[in-house]
Write a protein that binds this ligand. Structure first.
Ligand SMILES: Nc1ncnc2c1ncn2[C@@H]1O[C@H](COP(=O)(O)OP(=O)(O)OP(=O)(O)O)[C@@H](O)[C@H]1O
Length: 254
């Protein structure tokens, strides 16, 4: 389980959060909803262990991540995949792009073993990448150059890259904000596939309907804090905080 406990964070003395707590369990989808600029990406970056919070603790299976050794933290980081708002692919085949995460996430020992076994022709090491590409409906485009893909397809490759190395946690930052309904549906199906594989997923989204479709729990990020977190149905049908109801119904303008 990945957990943020009483996180305070901000930039140049400007607070973004004051006391945010949330968690994600294996096989669970948690959506973070909140207005633009409230700090959804900042929270994901903290959960991804890219940045250390100013105060509070990020814990992985009850281990305080910023208290452990650099080496141990790197091991935890390898368990966490992140898909950003915009896919950044490089000029190579779709397959190479999907494999990229597999390579960088491997420990040196695994990488060396992998390189050695490919030298003697035992493995091409692409099985997981192809599997992940098939999950996002792009198995047939594996050999195509990534630069020839549409924006929606590129975003699906970015998702496949994160899925390929079988992380324990997947963090998605507005993964469908620029996508058409078809590409959005593919990504949402892939979220369910990740959940079926027992991956814990956190998805930041502007799209309330998406949160309602994919999430088991929803966290409402407003005014420097998660004002409410709970089962999706409860948040949408019967929130305990009046601000949640107003935000969901579009009455709160930010
Ligand atoms: N590197 C940075 N330096 C300074 N301020 C930053 C930095 N990153 C984010 N901020 C500020 O922190 C606040 C939260 O930004 P963040 O991107 O986390 O919000 P968000 O909810 O993800 O927004 P959006 O939904 O528009 O992507 C904003 O006021 C933003 O301007």
């Amino acid at each position: 389980m990945l957990e943020a406990i009483a996180i305070h964070h901000g930039y140049e003395n400007e607070p973004v959060f004051e006391g945010v707590s949330m968690s994600v369990m294996p096989g669970e989808v948690v959506a973070i909803i909140g207005p633009s600029g409230v700090g959804k990406s900042t929270l994901l970056r903290l959960l991804a262990l890219f940045d250390e919070p100013n105060r509070g603790s990020i814990e992985y299976d009850s281990d305080a991540i910023w208290q452990v050794s650099e080496q141990q933290r790197l091991e935890y980081r390898r368990q966490i995949g992140m898909v950003f708002q915009e896919a950044s692919l490089f000029d190579a085949s779709v397959r190479r792009n999907a494999e990229y995460g597999l390579r960088v996430r491997q420990s040196w020992a695994d990488r060396l073993r992998h390189e050695l076994s490919s030298l003697v022709g035992h493995t091409n090491g692409t099985g997981d990448a192809i599997d992940a590409l098939e999950t996002v409906g792009l198995g047939e485009k594996a050999d195509q150059d990534a630069t020839s893909l549409s924006g929606g397809e590129a975003q699906r490759v970015a998702f496949a890259r994160a899925l390929a190395y079988d992380p324990e946690i997947l963090l998605l930052d507005e993964p469908t904000s620029d996508l058409d309904p078809r590409n959005t549906a593919v990504i949402e199906e892939a979220v369910f596939e990740a959940k079926n594989r027992d991956i814990g997923v956190v998805i930041a989204t502007h799209d309330m309907h998406q949160a309602e479709r994919v999430a088991d729990r929803v966290a409402v990020l407003l005014e420097n804090d998660i004002i409410e977190i709970g089962p999706t149905e409860q948040i949408f049908e019967n929130p305990t905080d009046e601000r949640t109801r107003k935000f969901i119904e579009g009455e709160l303008i930010y």
